[in-house]
Design a protein around this ligand. Structure first.
Ligand code: ARG
Ligand code: GLU
Length: 719
């Protein structure tokens, strides 16, 4: 009875907040679960228009761009749009002092000028199939974990092998609903992807880290690429005579714009969410892991920013690193705030109490699930410790931190390999080639004082924040030899190490026989001390408890589904193709502050400030503003820039197509608003908003700002 009342209240509150929609849905299940709801909200197309394996559909124009973004095809000749921050590293790699495309922007004025990119791929989904039965064949609940995993792995392999028979595709199986369902993904991967255009960072990254995760937003976060194929329209490695790929489908682009309340759909690759975790998980993050990680990153950012502000060359070297450190740092803060505002832990605890009552009221249920929450409690108490130690160690040697030590770690790997395989081994040779590149790029973006200042701060903060059982042996040495003076220890290290010397390292790569000497280098030693703690202790415990949680999650998910048989659960994000739908809508950010749903060029001019790096508006844009040369991109005397909607999105959805009720492209997704970033853990329909670039701003920049309007000729524009 109580449960019914709660459900009714939930239902009413959803109804009151309009059409905000939680959920990242599987395109193959649209027909079954969502299409009715979507059509009621205004969507004019069918499930088959979105996803079909029988004829061309929208899914044929949505791709994985690079390693972690989404992109979409916008012309019959393989033209693709994604975010500027998704194309960033490609743009950066083509940049040098004489042609700095990050600063100036880049526009190919003909096909010949389009720039090929090493290691950039675009992945099309051919089809996805539910293969749960085949994957779980021979598995039963009595089997021990290890055995179960073994059978599943074997079954997955045979499913994949079968899918790959002579078709040139690639395939993989992913688990859904915490391992209660499995889907096969068959994909076609294109590797000749060329850069066509990118606005200057002062447009594509306007607002920088200051505006990141925030509304009001004015970032022109897009870049343009083109997919090339062999003459047979199949994937082919880069060759000058490859031809533009002819896609089965491309998105038509609407110039009509958006109004509050309009239907929107986001079609892309959300990376990861944890919506069904127990309250212990949230407590672990809110009370321990996030605050500590935020704290250490604050220290990192303070140091890096100090140096960046002192010298423009250092700013360039550390821009991407600072952006990446700052991105999660800021999101974590927002998540804590949002979860607290929602009283998320109490909510979870209340629903867990209701769930437990339901479980205990039936003997079979009691036998199956009676201990579940207790097991969660004990597992999280251990998992939390290991998880913090793991993340914190990665903050020390990964994530752009002690870079000299991290570089030393890579060389230590080479030393080991040479000892095992000898200098003439093929693996050794290819590692040497990789390290040569890696070393060059390391020093291109390295300024020693930053690293030297950062290292002792990181070592000290680990020491105070993480329990002593996880302290690497090096701390004993610091105490003994340096009387606990970490700075002195680090200064000595920097005096003696060769890992700050570019030429000397190159010399080592030329003379592999000498390599042994590196074993004595203090940076290698520090790396090994940290790495030993990481591998021999932290990861061992982390994996143990992580696996335990994995199996608890699978059982909990089953139980939750039995508890609410009428509810359509959406599976947690796992970087597979999903649909989120909702409507264009502003929100109340805080007491008395209501945010309008769109931003315009006026806001860019308001933010303009030559003294603040993130807010320098390019002269050419100011000129367009003065002359009001807006063409067909104008609305109400200005140009729209970004808009908000209620689609449930997360990291990975960057670059995703945002379409209107007719399936026409109206925007490109690139961020979420800060007050709602806890949506990875709990969705609040009043506050969770995705931020999209208005496609008209992108077209305005291409056409009016860059003078590359010829690109519009191949697009399908709907006026
Ligand atoms: N917050 C967006 C995302 O998670 C944009 C990140 C890139 N921009 C930045 N200023 N760091 O990827
Ligand atoms: N910027 C994010 C990305 O790169 C998308 C924002 C989000 O997390 O929703 O995927």
């Amino acid at each position: 009875m109580i449960r019914k009342t709660i459900l009714i209240i939930v239902f009413i509150s959803l109804a009151l907040t309009g059409q905000a929609k939680e959920g990242m849905w599987l395109p193959v299940l649209l027909d079954k679960f969502n299409i009715g709801d979507m059509q009621q909200m205004g969507f004019k197309l069918t499930a088959e228009d979105v996803y079909s394996i029988n004829h061309a559909s929208m899914k044929d124009a949505v791709v994985i761009f690079g390693g972690g973004c989404t992109g979409e095809i916008i012309s019959p000749e393989g033209l693709l749009i994604t975010n500027h921050h998704c194309g960033f590293s490609a743009i950066q790699k083509h940049s040098s002092v004489s042609h700095d495309y990050l600063t100036e922007g880049f526009w190919a004025m003909s096909r010949q000028e389009e720039l090929p990119n090493e290691n950039l791929s675009v992945t099309f989904l051919k089809r996805m199939d539910d293969v749960t039965e085949a994957v779980l064949e021979g598995v039963n609940s009595e089997l021990p974990m290890v055995k179960r995993d073994e059978i599943i792995a074997r079954n997955i392999k045979s499913v994949v092998d079968k899918a790959l028979k002579d078709n040139g595709y690639s395939a993989h199986v992913e688990k859904f609903y915490a391992g209660n369902q499995y889907y096969l993904f068959v994909e076609e991967v294109f590797t000749d992807v060329r850069l066509v255009g990118a606005p200057p960072s002062a447009i594509g990254k306007f607002g920088g880290d200051t505006d990141n995760w925030m509304w009001p937003r004015h970032t022109g976060d897009f870049s343009i690429f083109r997919v090339y194929a062999g003459k047979d329209n199949k994937p082919a490695g880069y060759a000058p005579d490859n031809v533009p790929f002819k896609p089965a489908y491309h998105f038509p682009i609407s110039l009509k714009g958006v109004n509050e309340g309009d239907f929107t759909m986001v079609f892309g690759y959300p990376g990861s969410t944890a919506e069904y975790v127990p309250s212990f998980h949230l407590q672990m993050l809110i009370n321990d892991v996030y605050p500590k990680l935020i704290n250490v990153r604050t220290q990192k950012l303070n140091i890096i920013k100090h140096y960046m502000e002192s010298d423009p060359a250092i700013r360039i070297q550390y821009a991407a690193k600072a952006a990446s450190i700052s991105n999660s740092w800021k999101r974590w803060k927002g998540e804590i705030k949002g979860l607290n505002k929602l009283d998320a832990v109490t909510r979870k605890q209340q629903s867990e109490a209701e769930f437990t009552k339901w479980v205990l009221s039936d003997d079979t249920r009691k036998r199956k699930w009676g201990n579940l929450l207790d097991e969660y409690r004990t597992t999280y108490s251990k998992y939390g410790e290991y998880s913090l130690a793991r993340s914190y160690l990665l903050e020390l040697i990964g994530r752009n931190s002690m870079e000299t030590v991290a570089l030393a770690g890579l060389y230590a790997g080479l030393v080991d390999l040479v000892e095992r395989n000898g200098v003439d081994d093929a693996k050794v040779q290819s590692l040497v080639t990789a390290l040569r590149k890696r070393t060059d790029s390391h020093f291109k973006d390295f300024y020693q004082p930053v690293d030297q200042k950062l290292s002792p701060v990181l070592l000290n903060s680990y020491r105070t924040e993480v329990p002593i059982v996880f302290h690497p042996a090096v701390y004993t040495e610091i105490d003994k030899k340096y009387k606990g003076d970490t700075e002195k220890f680090v200064d000595q290290l920097f005096q003696k190490t060769v890992f700050t010397n570019h030429e000397e390292l190159m010399d080592y790569l030329m003379n592999l026989q000498k390599l042994k000497k590196l074993k004595k280098d203090p940076a290698v030693k520090l790396y090994q001390s940290i790495s030993q703690m990481y591998h021999d202790k932290v990861m061992v415990g982390y994996r143990l408890y992580h696996d335990r949680l994995d199996s608890l999650n699978q059982i909990y998910m089953q139980a939750l589904m039995a508890y609410e048989p009428e509810r359509h659960f959406y599976p947690d994000a796992n970087f597979t193709l999903r649909i989120a739908y909702g409507d264009v809508k502003g929100y109340e950010a805080r007491d008395a502050v209501y945010y309008n749903y769109f931003s315009t060029l006026e806001g860019i001019m308001e933010k303009d400030n030559p003294d603040i790096y993130d807010y320098r508006v390019p002269e050419r844009l100011k000129e367009l503003y003065r002359t009001k040369d807006y063409g067909r991109y104008e609305q109400d005397g200005t140009v729209p820039v970004c808009f908000l909607a209620t689609n449930h999105t997360t990291g990975g959805n960057s670059g995703s197509p945002v379409v209107n009720a007719s399936g026409q492209l109206i925007g490109v997704n690139f961020d979420r608003a800060w007050e709602g970033v806890m949506s990875d853990l709990m969705f609040n329909p009043n506050q969770c908003r995705n931020i999209s670039l208005d496609i008209r701003y992108a077209l305005f920049i291409i056409d009016k700002f860059a003078g590359a309007g010829y690109l519009l000729d191949e697009m399908t524009l709907v006026e």
